[in-house]
Ligand binder design. Structure first.
Ligand SMILES: C[S@@+](CC[C@H](N)C(=O)[O-])C[C@H]1O[C@@H](n2cnc3c(N)ncnc32)[C@H](O)[C@@H]1O
Length: 311
């Protein structure tokens, strides 16, 4: 008699197989018979372990930041232009995706601790969906950046996260890649303190991961020496003019061949700032470097992550 869990697993496999045609089944059969699935399974489990470390870090951060993960010293203002210019205090809520994944958000909604809608005029049925924004990258996005988009071998590379906030990108780089140097630069001191506390509390190797409290525009050296630069949307934190200056600064200092990762297309970012023409030919869009790892992801979720190289 077969063990119950084997029976259940076989049933699940049959359900999946029933949706495949003959040639798709052939390639699965080859994957299993050639035993290459074993290597993939090992890799998959390693990824799950890295994710557990990030969840642990997220749980520590939740204990030291307010629920909305915005610091008392911060001035966070919705942008005047672009796709998020409709955000305001009434219709928008910050739910940090690194701290709360979709399942946790659903759970918080069920428990009534988080609302999805707001009333437009206090007559109960005329409600509107709240806009949820996140100032941090989710674990899923980080996994995609380091396991699919970037090259595998990063041992001699320096990664810079511009505006490292709670440190999500730094921890992602630490656990999902072998990058030799991981630097976060952040202008808000309270955010820097959170990152430093977490690095110490979780005994992360301080030779490998560092946090610098500064405006990035004061540290052209760090920008010029980095091989990979990650820039999550900045516009809630700087005004239109400063945002423009930052892109001129990046264009001046980021060296040729550097990988740049953004969670909005550069076309949209630069067009919103009205400086698109001046940046023509600065960047080339790149294909992911580790396509083979796409079996570990639901790829459709990552259309918002853009990988460029500097020409
Ligand atoms: C959207 S958050 C990004 C957080 C993090 N990189 C991530 O993706 O999870 C942007 C952060 O950039 C910081 N920031 C904005 N302009 C900056 C500047 N000129 N120098 C340093 N940090 C800056 C803000 O304080 C904010 O914490």
């Amino acid at each position: 008699m077969e063990d119950d869990s084997v029976v259940t697993a076989k049933h699940s496999v049959l359900e999946i197989f029933s949706d495949l045609d003959a040639s798709q089944l052939d390639s699965i059969e080859q994957w299993i018979c050639s035993h290459s699935y074993k290597k993939d399974l090992e890799h998959f489990k390693a990824l799950q372990n890295s994710e557990k470390m990030l969840i642990k870090i997220g749980n520590s951060i939740k204990k030291i930041v307010p629920f909305e993960a915005e610091m008392p010293s911060e001035v966070i203002t919705p942008p005047m232009v672009g796709d998020q210019s409709d955000c305001n205090k009434v219709n928008t809520l910050h739910v940090d995706e690194f701290l709360y994944d979709e399942m946790e958000v659903n759970d918080l909604v069920k428990k009534g601790k988080l609302k999805r809608r707001y009333c437009r005029d206090c007559t109960s049925r005329n409600v509107q969906d709240l806009i949820y924004i996140s100032h941090s990258m989710s674990r899923q996005a980080l996994k995609y950046i380091f396991k699919v988009q970037l090259p595998k071998e990063l041992e001699d590379k320096q990664i810079l996260d511009v505006g490292s906030r709670l440190g999500a990108v730094l921890y992602g780089a630490y656990y999902f890649s072998n990058a030799g140097t991981i630097i976060g630069i952040e202008m808000n001191e309270e955010c820097c303190d959170v990152q430093k506390r977490i690095i110490e509390q979780h005994s992360l190797d301080s030779n490998r991961i560092k946090v610098v409290h500064s405006d990035v525009m004061e540290r052209s050296d760090l920008v010029a020496n980095s091989d990979i630069i990650i820039i999550n949307i900045l516009e809630f934190f700087v005004d239109h003019e400063k945002h423009k200056e930052m892109w001129y600064f990046f264009k001046k200092h980021i060296k040729k061949g550097t990988y740049l990762i953004c969670n909005r297309s550069m076309n949209d970012t630069l067009a919103n700032l009205d400086i698109f023409e001046e940046f023509l030919n600065w960047l080339s869009i790149c294909k992911p470097n580790q396509m083979e790892n796409e079996i570990f992801f639901d790829v459709e979720d990552y259309s918002e992550l853009y990988l460029y190289t500097v020409n």
